[in-house]
Ligand binder design. Structure first.
Ligand SMILES: [Zn+2]
Length: 369
């Protein structure tokens, strides 16, 4: 099915208050679509079905904007999942069962007793089949679920099934970026760079900052060995850089999470980590993921706290880059993009007020002379 481009809402003239969802309103409902005019599903030699570009796709294009068929709280187990699958309408239930299942059965078997208790006596002859069905559902769920963080950062995350996006295969050097957008209640997938016709659309299932050995270990969960260029020919320098990025990012995040006033010395130290992290992300060709957006934004916040006037222009530049990265990876209706725009406005306003300070200073001097 070919789905036309969704209407593009020009939000450049709207204020932040108009863009952000009202606290008591429901999410903004927009159509669920996948750009079947840009890609097709095809069998791959090793990784099942994959999505391949049928046209050149420009960087930043939103290729998927998909509504989930199922969303469960993080703590849901086999019984909750099975009940939710059985409650789906026929078409959606079919979509669920058609998804790949590659994880091994869970070692935890307590849920089997739970199933036994809720089953009728006369089901005993088919009980094993029923358990196999529960296990199949759980494996599909574990293989395909996406993390869905709510708008409220402190609220619990959920896990959702988005059958079209679930077809995307993995690469540690991805050309598309996926994330659940709670503002519109959709999973979005954007092109991270210009994609040529014929290229497979590849997203990363994991944090690509991990070194090769760690990535391999985590990817075992999906039961495959990654064949991307970073994994097939790992080199020590590259692994060192990824490990370094991971460490710096952890330090930057730890600092971000700290509440209360921080000393100028700490600010400068963290800003030093930001500068190093940006340099390494660029060197590693990872400047297109939103990790870079987060690092730029944190750099701007630190720079504003320190308040060096010489650095103000670089702060505006970084804030502009953060806006650009979030627009490309997540789109203009994401909270990350809105926050980046807000940050850019603050740093520009700060610059303006600094300019005013200079004017006042000059006029005062003129009066004195
Ligand atoms: Zn890889």
């Amino acid at each position: 099915m070919t789905v036309p481009d969704p209407p593009i809402v020009d939000i450049s003239t709207l204020s932040l208050a108009e863009i952000l969802p009202k606290p008591d309103s429901n999410v903004t409902k927009i159509p669920s679509y996948t750009r079947r005019d840009l890609y097709e599903e095809r069998q791959t030699p090793e990784a099942g079905i994959g999505a391949f570009a049928t046209k050149d796709i420009p960087s930043g294009t939103r290729i998927f904007c998909e509504e989930g068929i199922l969303m469960l709280p993080d703590e849901a187990g086999q019984v909750e999942l099975y009940n939710a699958v059985k409650a789906l309408d026929g078409a959606r239930e079919k979509m669920f069962w058609e998804l790949a299942a590659s994880t091994k059965p869970s070692k935890n078997v307590e849920w089997i007793d739970e199933v036994r208790q809720i089953c009728d006596e006369d089901i005993s002859s088919t009980f094993n089949d029923l358990i196999a069905s529960y296990e199949q559902a759980w494996s599909i769920y574990e293989t395909n679920r996406f993390t869905c963080k709510p708008l409220d950062n402190d609220a619990e995350k959920s896990l959702g099934i988005f059958p079209q996006s679930a077809r995307l295969n993995h690469s540690c050097s991805p050309n598309v970026f996926h994330r659940y957008n709670p503002v519109i209640d959709r999973l979005t997938v954007h092109a991270l760079r210009d994609i040529k016709v014929g290229e497979e659309l590849l997203t990363s299932y994991i944090d690509i900052c991990h070194p090769t050995a760690v990535r391999r270990h985590i990817l075992k969960h999906w039961g495959f060995r990654c064949r991307c260029s970073a994994c097939d020919s790992p080199d020590d320098d590259e692994d060192y850089r990824r490990k370094k990025i991971e460490d710096l990012f952890a330090k930057i995040n730890k600092r971000r999470a700290k509440k209360g006033k921080i000393s100028e010395k700490d600010c400068r130290r963290s800003l030093g980590n930001v500068v190093k992290c940006i340099r390494l992300l660029k060197k590693e060709g990872m400047e297109e993921t939103d990790t870079l957006g987060l690092v730029y934004a944190e750099g701007v916040r630190l720079g504003m706290m320190i308040g060096d006037e010489d650095e103000q222009e670089s702060m505006v530049e970084w804030a502009e880059k953060a806006v650009e990265v979030e627009r490309k990876c997540l789109g203009e209706d994401s909270k990350e993009f809105i926050a980046a725009v807000h940050l850019l406005e603050s740093v520009r306003n700060k610059n303006k007020s600094n300019d005013n300070d200079v004017d006042v200073d000059v006029s005062t001097k003129a009066e004195r002379s």
